[in-house]
Design a protein around this ligand. Structure first.
Ligand SMILES: C[S@@+](CC[C@H](N)C(=O)[O-])C[C@H]1O[C@@H](n2cnc3c(N)ncnc32)[C@H](O)[C@@H]1O
Length: 217
């Protein structure tokens, strides 16, 4: 049986974006229909739910609800999945696109939402968060591994985890695997898991679901 591969016009444009400005413009235009487009059975975008489930599983039980940064939060699908799972938390979101952030705000699940560029050093202080999720943003035409992964490690408390998807086709060629190995070699973080899973099933996309734990302050 032949699988019907369906490509989304906006996503194809975003992945081929030649600059940060072009990527942002695309998401500004796509924001209003993003959720309905990706919920469509032809896309079957399961990454936000898998990211939320992985974050919940990787969390060390704590007396206090964890503080989470959802980096590249978009319209807030990861925050909504965490909230639907009944996960008690304080969740902040960061993204480059104001219209995407507006929709995230309307979900009501985020404590703070910030306009931020993940290709640059971030303004939050060291050791702010217990968990950082980054779903769908380490992909072609979006955000590379450096400085984002090192910045995420800086923002985590010791023992905290990054749960990130990296589009499978760029895990090695895009330098993500090498940057993770570098952070591990420097004793800053250790890989809990890096499993390849379905990501946008309708389009045949797969991603590495990376779980990285901060090991030193
Ligand atoms: C495919 S969407 C993923 C959104 C959400 N996490 C999800 O899974 O639905 C990629 C997101 O990355 C954001 N983005 C792209 N480049 C960025 C950058 N340099 N800094 C911050 N966010 C960026 C886009 O605005 C968009 O919201």
């Amino acid at each position: 049986m032949t699988q019907v591969i369906s490509e989304n016009r906006h996503l194809a444009g975003a992945r081929n974006a030649q600059s940060k400005e072009a990527c942002m413009k695309l998401y500004d235009e796509w924001a209003a229909s993003y959720n309905t487009d990706l919920a469509d059975a032809s896309q079957n975008y399961m990454a936000p739910i898998l990211t939320a489930q992985t974050a919940i599983q990787a969390t060390i039980s704590n007396e206090k609800p964890p503080t989470i940064l959802d980096a590249g939060c978009g319209t807030g699908l990861v925050g909504e999945a965490l909230a639907k799972a009944g996960f008690a938390m304080a969740i902040d979101g960061a993204d480059l696109s104001p219209p995407m952030l507006k929709i995230a705000e309307d979900t009501g699940v985020y404590r703070n939402l910030m306009l931020a560029d993940l290709t640059q050093p971030l303004s939050a202080p060291d050791e702010t968060y217990d968990i950082i999720t980054c779903c769908g943003t380490f992909t072609r035409g979006h955000v590379g591994p450096d400085p984002a992964l090192r910045e995420f490690v800086r923002l985590l408390k010791k023992g905290g985890v990054i749960v990130a998807t990296v589009l499978q086709e760029i895990w090695v060629t895009g330098g993500y695997k090498a940057e993770v190995e570098k952070l591990a070699a420097e004793g800053l973080a250790s890989v809990v898991s890096a499993e390849v899973k379905d990501y946008r099933k309708g389009a045949g996309d797969k991603a590495t679901f990376l779980v990285l734990r901060k090991t030193s302050s």
